[in-house]
Write a protein that binds this ligand. Structure first.
Ligand code: SF4
Ligand code: SF4
Length: 187
Protein backbone atom coordinates (compact mmCIF):
# COMPACT_ATOMS: atom_id res chain seq x y z
CA UNK A 1 0.00 0.00 0.00
CA UNK A 2 1.38 3.45 -0.88
CA UNK A 3 2.28 5.62 2.09
CA UNK A 4 -0.57 8.10 2.12
CA UNK A 5 0.03 9.17 5.71
CA UNK A 6 -3.54 8.12 6.46
CA UNK A 7 -4.67 5.66 9.07
CA UNK A 8 -8.13 4.43 10.00
CA UNK A 9 -7.86 6.19 13.35
CA UNK A 10 -11.25 6.25 15.01
CA UNK A 11 -13.02 5.07 11.88
CA UNK A 12 -14.37 1.54 11.78
CA UNK A 13 -17.21 2.20 9.36
CA UNK A 14 -16.37 -0.62 6.97
CA UNK A 15 -16.74 -3.07 9.88
CA UNK A 16 -20.40 -2.12 9.93
CA UNK A 17 -21.24 -1.14 6.35
CA UNK A 18 -19.66 -4.03 4.46
CA UNK A 19 -20.32 -7.73 4.83
CA UNK A 20 -17.91 -10.38 6.03
CA UNK A 21 -18.91 -13.80 4.81
CA UNK A 22 -16.33 -15.61 6.93
CA UNK A 23 -18.15 -14.31 10.00
CA UNK A 24 -21.65 -14.47 8.51
CA UNK A 25 -21.81 -10.74 9.04
CA UNK A 26 -24.36 -9.05 6.78
CA UNK A 27 -23.95 -5.57 5.38
CA UNK A 28 -24.95 -2.63 7.57
CA UNK A 29 -24.83 -4.65 10.78
CA UNK A 30 -22.01 -3.86 13.18
CA UNK A 31 -19.51 -6.70 13.38
CA UNK A 32 -19.77 -8.62 16.64
CA UNK A 33 -15.98 -8.44 16.88
CA UNK A 34 -15.89 -4.66 17.18
CA UNK A 35 -14.50 -3.67 20.55
CA UNK A 36 -16.86 -2.29 23.17
CA UNK A 37 -14.35 0.19 24.54
CA UNK A 38 -13.59 2.11 21.35
CA UNK A 39 -12.96 1.70 17.64
CA UNK A 40 -10.98 -1.38 16.83
CA UNK A 41 -11.19 -5.10 16.26
CA UNK A 42 -11.24 -7.45 19.24
CA UNK A 43 -9.72 -10.22 17.14
CA UNK A 44 -7.25 -8.03 15.26
CA UNK A 45 -4.41 -10.57 15.23
CA UNK A 46 -6.65 -13.33 13.90
CA UNK A 47 -9.17 -11.33 11.87
CA UNK A 48 -10.28 -12.89 8.58
CA UNK A 49 -8.06 -12.51 5.56
CA UNK A 50 -10.55 -10.33 3.74
CA UNK A 51 -10.49 -7.96 6.71
CA UNK A 52 -6.70 -7.80 6.49
CA UNK A 53 -6.76 -7.12 2.76
CA UNK A 54 -9.50 -4.51 2.56
CA UNK A 55 -8.63 -0.84 2.22
CA UNK A 56 -11.19 1.76 1.27
CA UNK A 57 -10.43 4.39 -1.37
CA UNK A 58 -9.88 7.09 1.24
CA UNK A 59 -7.27 5.01 3.06
CA UNK A 60 -5.56 4.42 -0.28
CA UNK A 61 -5.24 8.17 -0.80
CA UNK A 62 -8.32 9.31 -2.70
CA UNK A 63 -10.41 12.39 -1.83
CA UNK A 64 -9.48 14.90 0.85
CA UNK A 65 -7.95 14.26 4.25
CA UNK A 66 -11.21 15.41 5.81
CA UNK A 67 -13.23 12.83 3.87
CA UNK A 68 -12.64 9.86 6.17
CA UNK A 69 -15.60 7.49 5.75
CA UNK A 70 -16.99 7.94 9.25
CA UNK A 71 -17.12 11.68 8.52
CA UNK A 72 -18.68 11.17 5.09
CA UNK A 73 -21.26 8.61 6.19
CA UNK A 74 -20.26 6.16 3.48
CA UNK A 75 -17.47 3.75 2.55
CA UNK A 76 -16.08 4.45 -0.92
CA UNK A 77 -14.21 2.08 -3.23
CA UNK A 78 -12.50 2.92 -6.52
CA UNK A 79 -11.65 0.06 -8.85
CA UNK A 80 -11.22 -0.78 -12.50
CA UNK A 81 -13.40 -3.50 -13.97
CA UNK A 82 -12.06 -4.11 -17.41
CA UNK A 83 -11.35 -0.65 -18.74
CA UNK A 84 -14.09 1.04 -16.73
CA UNK A 85 -13.44 2.87 -13.49
CA UNK A 86 -16.15 2.38 -10.87
CA UNK A 87 -16.72 4.51 -7.81
CA UNK A 88 -18.76 2.55 -5.29
CA UNK A 89 -20.50 4.57 -2.60
CA UNK A 90 -21.75 2.30 0.17
CA UNK A 91 -24.02 4.42 2.31
CA UNK A 92 -23.87 3.84 6.06
CA UNK A 93 -27.58 4.58 6.26
CA UNK A 94 -30.23 4.84 3.57
CA UNK A 95 -30.34 8.33 2.15
CA UNK A 96 -26.84 9.28 3.34
CA UNK A 97 -25.84 10.19 -0.21
CA UNK A 98 -28.73 12.58 -0.74
CA UNK A 99 -28.18 14.18 2.66
CA UNK A 100 -24.47 14.82 2.12
CA UNK A 101 -23.30 17.77 0.04
CA UNK A 102 -19.78 16.35 0.09
CA UNK A 103 -20.78 12.87 -1.15
CA UNK A 104 -22.75 14.42 -3.99
CA UNK A 105 -19.80 16.69 -4.77
CA UNK A 106 -17.45 13.70 -4.97
CA UNK A 107 -19.91 11.83 -7.21
CA UNK A 108 -20.17 14.85 -9.46
CA UNK A 109 -16.39 15.01 -9.80
CA UNK A 110 -16.19 11.36 -10.85
CA UNK A 111 -19.31 10.74 -12.91
CA UNK A 112 -17.79 12.13 -16.10
CA UNK A 113 -14.94 9.62 -15.98
CA UNK A 114 -16.32 6.74 -13.91
CA UNK A 115 -19.50 4.84 -13.27
CA UNK A 116 -20.68 5.93 -9.85
CA UNK A 117 -22.84 3.43 -8.00
CA UNK A 118 -24.70 4.40 -4.87
CA UNK A 119 -26.14 1.68 -2.66
CA UNK A 120 -27.11 1.33 0.96
CA UNK A 121 -26.80 -2.44 1.08
CA UNK A 122 -24.58 -5.07 -0.45
CA UNK A 123 -26.55 -6.51 -3.31
CA UNK A 124 -24.87 -9.88 -2.90
CA UNK A 125 -27.09 -10.45 0.11
CA UNK A 126 -30.05 -8.43 -1.11
CA UNK A 127 -30.44 -8.75 -4.88
CA UNK A 128 -33.75 -6.90 -4.88
CA UNK A 129 -32.38 -3.87 -3.11
CA UNK A 130 -32.45 -0.76 -5.28
CA UNK A 131 -29.24 0.95 -6.22
CA UNK A 132 -28.32 3.86 -8.47
CA UNK A 133 -25.70 4.34 -11.14
CA UNK A 134 -24.83 7.94 -11.89
CA UNK A 135 -23.73 8.55 -15.47
CA UNK A 136 -22.45 11.59 -17.38
CA UNK A 137 -24.76 14.26 -18.78
CA UNK A 138 -27.23 14.12 -15.90
CA UNK A 139 -28.30 10.52 -16.55
CA UNK A 140 -29.00 8.15 -13.69
CA UNK A 141 -30.11 4.51 -13.65
CA UNK A 142 -32.14 3.25 -10.73
CA UNK A 143 -32.08 -0.54 -10.55
CA UNK A 144 -34.54 -2.56 -8.48
CA UNK A 145 -34.40 -6.29 -9.09
CA UNK A 146 -34.86 -6.71 -12.83
CA UNK A 147 -36.32 -3.26 -13.40
CA UNK A 148 -34.19 -0.35 -14.56
CA UNK A 149 -35.55 3.20 -14.61
CA UNK A 150 -33.50 5.83 -16.40
CA UNK A 151 -33.69 9.44 -15.32
CA UNK A 152 -32.16 12.55 -16.78
CA UNK A 153 -31.90 15.57 -14.51
CA UNK A 154 -34.44 13.92 -12.22
CA UNK A 155 -37.01 13.21 -14.97
CA UNK A 156 -37.94 9.63 -15.92
CA UNK A 157 -36.98 9.05 -19.55
CA UNK A 158 -36.99 5.26 -19.89
CA UNK A 159 -37.88 2.02 -18.11
CA UNK A 160 -36.81 -1.47 -19.02
CA UNK A 161 -36.42 -5.00 -17.70
CA UNK A 162 -33.00 -6.64 -17.45
CA UNK A 163 -32.85 -9.70 -19.69
CA UNK A 164 -31.91 -13.15 -18.38
CA UNK A 165 -28.39 -12.87 -19.81
CA UNK A 166 -27.73 -9.75 -17.81
CA UNK A 167 -29.30 -11.30 -14.70
CA UNK A 168 -26.96 -14.27 -15.03
CA UNK A 169 -24.00 -11.96 -15.48
CA UNK A 170 -25.13 -10.04 -12.41
CA UNK A 171 -25.26 -13.26 -10.36
CA UNK A 172 -21.74 -14.16 -11.47
CA UNK A 173 -20.57 -10.69 -10.59
CA UNK A 174 -22.21 -10.92 -7.16
CA UNK A 175 -20.48 -14.25 -6.49
CA UNK A 176 -17.18 -12.58 -7.29
CA UNK A 177 -18.03 -9.79 -4.88
CA UNK A 178 -18.38 -12.29 -2.02
CA UNK A 179 -14.63 -12.09 -1.53
CA UNK A 180 -14.68 -8.43 -0.56
CA UNK A 181 -14.80 -7.19 3.01
CA UNK A 182 -13.65 -4.51 5.36
CA UNK A 183 -10.34 -3.86 6.99
CA UNK A 184 -10.16 -3.07 10.67
CA UNK A 185 -9.04 0.16 12.21
CA UNK A 186 -5.28 0.12 12.61
CA UNK A 187 -5.30 1.62 16.08
S1 SF4 B 1 -10.59 0.99 5.72
FE1 SF4 B 1 -12.48 0.95 6.93
S2 SF4 B 1 -11.89 1.66 8.98
FE2 SF4 B 1 -10.25 2.24 7.57
S3 SF4 B 1 -10.76 4.35 6.93
FE3 SF4 B 1 -11.65 2.95 5.40
S4 SF4 B 1 -13.76 2.61 6.09
FE4 SF4 B 1 -12.63 3.46 7.84
S1 SF4 C 1 -11.76 -6.25 11.15
FE1 SF4 C 1 -13.23 -7.79 10.47
S2 SF4 C 1 -13.48 -9.10 12.26
FE2 SF4 C 1 -12.56 -7.21 13.00
S3 SF4 C 1 -14.29 -5.91 13.63
FE3 SF4 C 1 -13.81 -5.41 11.48
S4 SF4 C 1 -15.18 -6.70 10.28
FE4 SF4 C 1 -15.10 -7.56 12.34
Amino acid sequence: MPDTGRTCGDCALCCTVLRVDELNKPARIACAELRDDGPGCSIYARRPRICRDYKCAWLLGSFGDEDRPDQLGAVLDLEFRGDRLWLEIHEATPGAFDRSDRLREIAQEYRASALVRVSDADRATDPEHPFRILLPDGYEQQVRGTRVDVYRDGRLVDSTEIGWVRRTAARIWRAWKLRRAPEPPST
